[in-house]
Design a protein around this ligand. Structure first.
Ligand code: MN
Ligand code: MN
Length: 389
């Protein structure tokens, strides 16, 4: 079986670059080596010690129930990421991520399918909405909420990415409605609601987390106003946002300036066409946490102090760039590369290497690098963002 696997990969990756390295003659895992070509045979510009900046959800433990599943990438999987954790969750149609709250704030991107979300705030103002592919939601710390899979165009439920503004977050340690009631004396429940204890005779003895329920009716029939409407919508149509377009891709930036509810998470959805690259840049405020939706990429992170390391990514992978470190993200495949850049911040910000050099006295730049004036003349007036050649 293993031999069979090996023969499926033509020209298997080898730790060889020019005169350096030698083919593997011991045990090997060709599929993983293929996915990590720039780790096994790094570019000669890589140097020094840089922590691991890649994790694949394929390597995350999966918590499965009758209603769906959830798997997470937290500081336990990717120790460098202390600011942000992520959860990849699937709900079947009718499947409910049960009513709960948590200490971290939750930002989400719908990957496929459709779901109904509900929440209330501290003033009893209620929110319900149906979200579909490309939509976001944001639940602030402590705000109780739920997610339920719906049916859409023959799709059984949904799959989405959850992002939390704390790398130490765990989806297994949230405050669940069923868990709380199971750990409260029944006479207290009776007193709290002014009914006999028997009313609580059949509450679950253990938490539900994700469970299967019936698919709900239309949103209009499910609507509850509560004590009034929320001051700002907790959902947002990111894909409906007009992107910044360049010859080699698009960028949609969503932060608290256009999605006011999202007070602690800023995001960019980036599309890079084959041959294109997210330009050399860094972020002046916080770490970057990435989720790769489709395509293939490589990223080199410049960590200062003579250190740089290159990683490869594909759909379902997570990347991290520690605060202020320089980087690029290159499309190394043959299809459109799509990924999310996530930041624990109320605003998005990046500093472009090209823009920095263009708007610094050129004589000074040339004194550093000895480059031809044509390099600086070729830089456009606006930030290049996604470039190509
Ligand atoms: Mn949650
Ligand atoms: Mn970046």
């Amino acid at each position: 079986m293993n031999n069979n696997k090996q023969t499926q990969i033509k020209n298997p990756a080898q730790p060889v670059r020019g005169n350096f390295g030698a083919p593997i003659i011991g045990p090997r895992n060709p599929e993983r080596e293929e996915q990590n070509r720039d780790t096994m045979a790094p570019p000669s510009t890589d140097h020094g010690t840089v922590a691991n900046l890649r994790w694949s959800f394929a390597d995350s433990h999966n918590h499965m129930t009758a209603g769906g599943w959830g798997r997470q990438t937290t500081v336990r999987e990717l120790p460098i990421s202390k600011e942000v954790a992520g959860v990849n969750m699937r709900l079947k149609a009718g499947g409910v991520r049960e009513l709960h709250w948590h200490q971290a704030a939750e930002w989400a991107f719908m990957l496929k399918g459709k779901a109904r979300i509900t929440a209330i705030d501290q003033d009893g103002r209620a929110f319900q909405d149906d979200v579909e592919e490309g939509d976001l939601w944001y639940f602030a710390t402590g705000i109780p909420h739920s997610i339920q899979g719906l049916v859409s165009e023959g799709m059984d439920g949904c799959e989405f990415l959850l992002v939390f503004d704390d790398g130490n977050f765990s989806e297994e340690e949230t405050f669940l409605l069923s868990d709380w009631l199971a750990h409260t004396p029944k006479e207290i429940l009776a007193k709290n609601f002014g009914v006999p204890e028997s009313a609580f005779a059949s509450i679950p003895e253990k938490d539900l987390w994700i469970f299967q329920a019936d698919v709900p009716g239309p949103l209009a029939a499910d609507k509850i106003v509560g004590a009034g409407p929320m001051p700002a919508s907790l959902s947002y149509k990111m894909m409906a946002q007009e992107p910044i377009r360049t010859k080699f891709g698009t960028v949609r930036v969503t932060d608290s300036s256009n999605f006011p509810a999202s007070k602690t998470i800023a995001a960019a959805l980036v599309e890079v066409e084959p041959g294109g690259m997210r330009e050399l840049h860094w972020h002046p405020n916080v770490d970057e946490w990435q989720y790769f939706i489709s395509g293939q990429a490589r990223m080199t992170v410049f960590a200062s102090g003579n250190a740089a390391r290159t990683f490869d990514y594909q759909a379902g992978d997570v990347g991290v760039v520690p605060f202020a470190m320089g980087h690029y993200i290159e499309n190394t495949g043959t299809e459109t590369l799509r990924f999310l850049e996530i930041f624990r911040s109320d605003y998005y910000a990046d500093v472009s290497l090209a823009q920095w050099l263009k708007y610094t006295p050129h004589e000074l730049v040339r004194a550093h690098l000895g480059i031809d004036e044509s390099v600086l003349e070729n830089i456009p007036d606006t930030k290049p963002l996604v470039v190509g050649f």
